[in-house]
Ligand binder design. Structure first.
Ligand SMILES: Cc1cc2nc3c(=O)[nH]c(=O)nc-3n(C[C@H](O)[C@H](O)[C@H](O)COP(=O)(O)OP(=O)(O)OC[C@H]3O[C@@H](n4cnc5c(N)ncnc54)[C@H](O)[C@@H]3O)c2cc1C
Length: 399
């Protein structure tokens, strides 16, 4: 297998930026293409053809997928505050706390500032909340891989979180570095949408509301609304726009798989074998499989431990959570894009051309779907909450 810098194929680049970080003469910059996706660009005048960029590309040779799942757990954080800030059950925070116990630890993850999504690190466990909440966009890695290496070389303990491809990029980048103090935590990933769509959305906000976007929360989970997956947009004027997933143009287009990054359409990580020590996701399907883990609908996590280090850490993290072991095969079927297959919309190429040429209302009119009555019934009447209530009633009658 060969990567983008060798063969120019855009489906063989996840924008981990390992190449740019390993270049000894700063000849590689990460630049945005016409469709809103980031790729490395080589400045031929600076390049000395040392091949250090190629050597750390995860697409050169075999991608390292080391582990089979060893232990699978469903549950949520006892601390309601953490759970409200987090996307699912707050497992990420519990894991960081457990790994940091009695250790000098550094935490890497994705945070955001307005529409910019980027990786950074914090050295104080009390500051890890800047990573809470899933941002559905490409997180710029910046110099994070290099920084991880520096910390590991100094014998510090490091937690690195990101998408499966970002973890694979890190492992390849680190090569022979001693990784015994590194814990990798990946989120199961639907895919990364184009940033151009968000740019067009902001342009439209400026026209419609006379304001740009102050913050965009892709998973506004407070008030027990985990199932609705609402977005919360805050504008500079103070206006707040909350939209349930079923009415969201962004989610409609993204989840039809019209605007994912080309590498997501051919994702190498939709497999049982994992690269990270721990895999995290929402515990979708819990209403049918494990209704006891629904609680009040504030969100529940699925935690898959893939390595001994992952198991050892999670054994401690469990102390901050309520939950129990869940069967991997029972939960896997609810994770189609993350673990089973990623489909591509047949009109992907047409959409991508429209994305370049149309404005936000034109794009939404042509491509976003309105929810059907059947879907609304499933989401607002006979929904997860109702199924869990019926289950509780049955339990009550039985005992
Ligand atoms: C792009 C993306 C797609 C996802 N797709 C699915 C899916 O199909 N099915 C599913 O069940 N779960 C999916 N998830 C995972 C899920 O949304 C939660 O992130 C996960 O359950 C952890 O929740 P938590 O409550 O433990 O953590 P939280 O405290 O909410 O922590 C969020 C974690 O995600 C990381 N993160 C956030 N945004 C990004 C980003 N843009 N790039 C890299 N890392 C990021 C942070 O570093 C942190 O580790 C996805 C997450 C992302 C970021």
């Amino acid at each position: 297998m060969h990567g983008y810098l060798s063969n120019g194929s855009k489906s063989e680049c996840v924008a981990c930026g390992g190449c740019a970080q390993n270049c000894p003469c700063s000849a590689i910059s990460m630049t945005i293409d016409e469709y809103g996706f980031v790729y490395p660009r080589v400045d031929k005048d600076k390049c000395i053809s040392c091949n250090k960029c190629i050597n750390v590309c995860m697409f050169e040779g075999q991608i390292q997928k080391q582990y089979e799942p060893l232990f699978s757990y469903g549950g949520y954080c006892i601390d309601k505050g953490i759970r409200e800030k987090s996307t699912s059950g707050g497992a990420f925070s519990a894991i960081c706390k457990a790994y940091a116990m009695k250790r000098d630890c550094v935490f890497f993850g994705s945070t955001s500032d307005r529409l910019k999504i980027y990786h950074t690190y914090v050295e104080n466990i009390n500051n890890i909340n800047i990573f809470n909440s899933s941002k559905y966009g490409q997180s710029e890695i910046g110099e994070s891989y290099k920084q991880v290496k520096v910390f590991l070389d100094k014998k510090k303990y490091v937690v690195f979180s990101g998408t499966p491809c970002q973890i694979a990029g890190l492992i390849k980048f680190l090569g022979k570095t001693d990784t015994s103090r590194l814990l990798t935590v990946e989120v199961l990933c639907t895919g990364i949408p184009s940033a151009l769509f968000m740019k067009k959305y902001e342009e439209w906000c400026n026209i419609k509301y006379g304001s740009s976007i102050k913050s965009f929360n892709y998973r506004f989970t407070n008030k027990n609304k985990w199932d609705d997956q609402p977005t919360l947009v805050e504008l500079e004027t103070g206006k707040r726009i909350i939209t349930a997933r079923w009415f969201s143009n962004f989610y409609s287009i993204f989840l039809q798989r019209l605007m994912s990054r080309p590498s997501c359409n051919k994702c190498q990580f939709v497999t049982k074998k994992r690269t990270a020590d721990i895999t995290l996701s929402d515990l979708w399907g819990l209403d049918k499989e494990y209704p006891d883990l629904y609680d009040d609908g504030s969100g529940s996590s699925w935690i898959i431990c893939n390595s001994e280090k992952g198991i050892e850490t999670f054994e401690k993290a469990r102390n901050y959570m309520i939950g129990h072991e869940v069967e991997y095969d029972r939960m896997r079927k609810y994770q189609r894009p993350g673990l089973i297959e990623k489909t591509v919309h047949p009109s992907y190429d047409i959409f991508m051309e429209d994305l370049k040429n149309m404005n936000y209302p034109e794009l939404c009119k042509k491509w976003a779907k309105k929810p059907t009555l059947k879907l609304l019934f499933q989401k607002y009447v006979y929904n997860n909450r109702m199924r869990v209530r019926i289950w509780k009633l049955k339990q009550y009658i039985k005992h």
